[in-house]
Design a binder for this molecule. Structure first.
Ligand code: SF4
Ligand code: SF4
Length: 498
């Protein structure tokens, strides 16, 4: 990371932190803490109900809140505002606690400072979700929440930066990727102020409530101490931010900046994806986005009858392995692993290389490297990928929207009203929502690919360069439409149909 901000910054949108009340609350020293404590309280309730409440999944807070409401609300928030879940995420509280205890470890190992671990984390979560039927087990869901808290505590306390958020957390990784089309982004008001700023507290953190005097005027080096404000945990430098990738929207940078120079600005939701300089040209980043888009398809695959019938047939074919002492659960795991490995990793990797080779073939010399070609088109997978997840998650969310009320009533010892559901599952509204979001996702992916192809390869070469990717998006669209047209398992809301 260079410490010099870019001299010219584009004009930004409106700074939401200038809004009365809301801005003051978010910027307040304890603003985030209030949101986190609320979510910690809710998470504890969820864990208690998961362990000791009814084990009927559609009536338990752990399963309903985690697998129906959280996922629906998170995609809505990403689309309408930004990475709000990470902002209020209770799993990052240990970092603050570690600071209070003056714990301070080293940096995360250099070889792991990339997105490969995040991809493995996502794959593991989706595999565990299917294999263990997490959606149908409040008890196991509660264990997942507890494991998450322990993992975040260990990593956040052990390493200097927010290693758990930046390199491991599957939920955060999902949010990072899809917040790249959110309509807000952290930025600075004046680049010249950053140019002459001595402490760079937005990233270094401050050691005093009045660091302007204590640091800038005497030029003292910055030290973390219990009374100070942390700098950016994911090591983003505010004046250079061009992407929401890795931004947890924690606003620590805002609180740390002694010049009140940082804001949360509105922006065009497609500005980042169109900007060919916004992302680093790295294999791990490109494959994260591409693989996550395909995971949207494989995740929905597990819920439609033709696929789980086929998987059951495969398991039946392998039952001879019992003779080798392998249990049925392990055979199921092997089948699932091969399915997910094929659909979520092997297929997207092969198709990506195929498309990149075709693009490269179509270009005049000097030909770009395969990595550059893939990096050029990877951001175009964000809209189609998001559309697939959005259609899927919103389908379940809209059907079970109000079920959270009787579930909470039950947890609080009140008389639950189980009549509350949401939009009927056969309502045309759901079909229109799914088709509309998939169609829009495809068109926007096409547009982003076209804009990037023009910017990188020029207008004359752009169509041929983007054609293989367009075909790929079209294939994903058709598979997604086919999937969404099939009857889907009503996970988490099945009692509405009994
Ligand atoms: S602390 Fe504020 S003024 Fe200093 S570099 Fe960071 S954003 Fe700019
Ligand atoms: S740039 Fe860093 S400190 Fe600022 S909101 Fe994003 S993650 Fe937090």
């Amino acid at each position: 990371m260079s410490s010099t901000p870019s001299p010219v910054l584009k004009r930004r949108g409106y700074d939401l932190l200038r809004l009365p009340l809301l801005g003051a609350l978010l910027k307040h020293r304890y603003g985030r803490l209030v949101l986190q404590l609320l979510l910690v309280g809710f998470s504890l309730l969820l864990v208690v109900d998961g362990f000791w409440g009814t084990q009927r999944a559609p009536q338990n807070l752990a399963t309903v809140a985690s697998w129906v409401h959280y996922r629906g609300l998170v995609v809505l928030a990403l689309l309408l505002v930004g990475n709000l879940f990470c902002m209020a995420c209770p799993f990052t509280l240990p970092r603050t606690l570690a600071k209070r205890l003056s714990l301070r470890g080293g940096r995360f190992p250099k070889q792991l400072r990339n997105k490969w671990l995040s991809i493995i984390g996502l794959f593991t979560l989706f595999f565990a979700y299917e294999w263990l039927d997490l959606w149908s087990s409040p008890w196991l869901t509660a264990w997942v929440v507890v494991a998450y808290m322990v993992a975040s505590f260990v990593l956040e306390a052990w390493f200097k930066e927010s290693a758990f958020c930046k390199y491991v957390c599957p939920l955060g990784t999902f949010n990072f990727v899809y917040s790249t089309l959110s309509p807000t982004q952290i930025g600075v008001h004046r680049a010249d102020v950053c140019g002459s700023c001595v402490g760079k507290e937005c990233i270094n953190g401050s050691y005093s409530p009045q660091p302007l005097i204590l640091i800038d005027q005497i030029g003292q080096s910055v030290q973390h101490a219990p009374s100070g404000v942390l700098g950016c945990g994911t090591e983003l430098f505010a004046p250079q931010i061009k992407t929401n990738l890795d931004c947890t929207l924690c606003l620590d940078c805002v609180r740390a900046c002694p010049h009140d120079n940082i804001g949360l600005f509105t922006r065009s939701p497609l500005a980042e994806l169109k900007d060919v300089t916004a992302w680093r040209k790295r294999w791990d980043v490109a494959f994260l986005v591409i693989i996550l888009a395909f995971m949207g398809l494989t995740n929905a695959f597990g819920m439609v009858p033709p696929v789980y019938r086929m998987m059951q047939a495969m398991v039946d074919q392998l039952l001879w392995m019992r003779g080798l002492g392998i249990s049925d659960r392990l055979i199921e795991a092997l089948v699932l692993l091969s399915w997910l490995g094929l659909g979520s990793v092997a297929l997207p990797v092969a198709l990506t290389f195929g498309a990149a080779l075709l693009t490269r073939q179509s270009l005049r010399k000097p030909k770009p490297s395969l990595r550059e070609v893939v990096a050029t088109f990877a951001p175009a997978f964000v809209p189609i990928g998001f559309a697939i997840w959005f259609a899927h998650y919103m389908f379940h969310f809209l059907i079970g929207m109000w079920t959270i009320i009787p579930v909470l009533q039950q947890v609080l010892g009140l008389q639950p009203n189980w009549q509350l559901g949401g939009i009927p599952f056969d309502s045309p509204v759901l079909g229109l929502m799914e088709l509309g979001s998939l169609g829009l996702g495809f068109v926007v992916s096409w547009w982003v690919a076209q804009q990037r192809a023009i910017a990188v390869y020029g207008k004359r070469q752009s169509f041929n360069a983007m054609l293989p990717w367009l075909m790929l998006f079209l294939g994903m669209l058709l598979v997604a439409i086919w999937l969404m047209g099939l009857p889907m398992e009503m996970r988490g809301t099945d009692f509405l149909f009994e």
